[in-house]
Write a protein of this length. Structure first.
Length: 199
């Protein structure tokens, strides 16, 4: 379990470019030892207008910091507590509407994927569900079935999930950085759609 957390955290941070050579050496040493869609376009737009890039960025930073800490310290027993802390923070931000439904849903999925890949299922009862969710996530983010091709097991399979999580962190940050631009583009589209067609 400790090794799995170490590999997961290391691979995510490395893939996202957040680790230095010193970090890499330290992690390698440690490893060896809900909301649904809105009913109307107007509601979606209003939701996005109140969202704050800073709040979403803080949640992504928290996710990265927790994974880095667990990878370096080799403390998987704190995973559940940290995931609950991040989910509580996301729920609070969602209630305050400082993150929108899109960010909340995708951040929630990242937490769920992290829990699925790091939580042991010794009985194998949940294996079909876990494998399906992880495979779908890797396919969505990386565009190929690497996780499924590896049989959902071993360091290569975990690395596919970690790389997909790193991609999602980057994609969500880009999403947050462009909230204002999205609103301007939406306004432009609305104006074009409401203008009578030229004859």
């Amino acid at each position: 379990m400790i090794r799995k957390i170490g590999i997961l955290g290391f691979a995510i941070l490395l893939a996202a470019g957040f680790m230095t050579a010193q970090d890499t050496a330290m992690v390698a040493q440690n490893s060896a030892a809900s909301g649904g869609p809105a009913d109307t376009t107007a509601l979606v737009r209003e939701d996005s207008n109140r969202a704050s890039a800073a709040t979403g960025t803080a949640l992504l930073d928290l996710f990265i910091d927790h994974l880095r800490d667990m990878a370096q310290r080799g403390t998987p027993e704190t995973l559940e507590t940290r995931l609950q802390e991040m989910m509580a923070a996301a729920n609070k931000a969602r209630t305050a509407k400082t993150i929108d439904a899109v960010f909340f849903s995708r951040f929630n999925r990242m937490l769920a994927i992290t829990k699925l890949v790091a939580t042991p299922d010794s009985s194998g009862i949940l294996a079909p569900v876990i494998d399906s969710e992880l495979s779908d996530f890797v396919q969505d983010k990386l565009g190929h079935a690497g996780f499924r091709e590896e049989g959902g097991k071993g360091p290569k399979a975990i690395n596919y999930v970690a790389t997909a999580l790193a991609e999602e962190i980057i994609d969500l940050q880009i999403y947050l950085d462009n909230l204002g631009r999205r609103q301007a583009l939406q306004k432009k589209i609305d104006e074009r759609m409401s203008t009578p067609a030229k004859k």
